[in-house]
Design a protein around this ligand. Sequence first.
Ligand SMILES: C[S@@+](CC[C@H](N)C(=O)[O-])C[C@H]1O[C@@H](n2cnc3c(N)ncnc32)[C@H](O)[C@@H]1O
Length: 219
Amino acid sequence: MQPSFWHEKWDAQQIGFHLDAVNPLLVKFWSQLGLNPTRKVLVPLCGKSLDMCFLAEQGHDVVGCELNELAVKQFYQENGLPLEVSQVGEHQKFSTEQVTIYQGDIFTLDALTLPNIEAFYDRAALIAWPEDMRIAYAKQLAKLIPANSVGLLIILDYPQAELNGPPFAVSDDWINANLSDDFEIECLASEDVLSDNPRFVKKQVSWLTESVYKLTRKV
Ligand SMILES: C[S@@+](CC[C@H](N)C(=O)[O-])C[C@H]1O[C@@H](n2cnc3c(N)ncnc32)[C@H](O)[C@@H]1O
């Protein structure tokens, strides 16, 4: 999607993707990654997700990247977090004790700006990209995280012809075909979630599954 698409959504606060609670799949599966809380976690395309608060509560330092400035400001304001702002290259760096967010394009971030990342969490980031941008995003994610970093990836799959994304449908086959050069892939769970998603039910989408993967960046 073009940046203007997301800026318009944030300006109009049409942010149906945002959850008012921590994602239950994160709560359920994060501990299965077996990560030491000293590991710093990258959250690409973070929005103002409360999942960053959950990760910080587990002891992790969290580094997000988000295009839209209002989203970033709302994250800190709504969670009552004091804020420092500085400029790092093309990005504004917003930080509080455990959560830093680079506001700007993920494609212009570089690994040198993100020292000591050892884990990542992708919810509604990979599936935010249409097919023609998805591989480029996955390659950029792989560039930003060092070998042996472990992450949780949550995706949705459904018959793409029955609904316009985002979120875009991503299949298990796509994951295995396109991520296996850079990641070890383990599917932790896959569930039918159609009845929990009124937008999909209303559009008469015939099926909808949500899957959770553990990804490990290959050496
Ligand atoms: C579907 S939302 C998901 C947000 C968050 N992960 C969540 O679970 O609520 C995708 C987010 O990615 C941001 N975004 C889109 N393109 C981006 C880019 N090139 N770089 C950084 N963030 C981007 C959008 O502004 C939007 O907030």
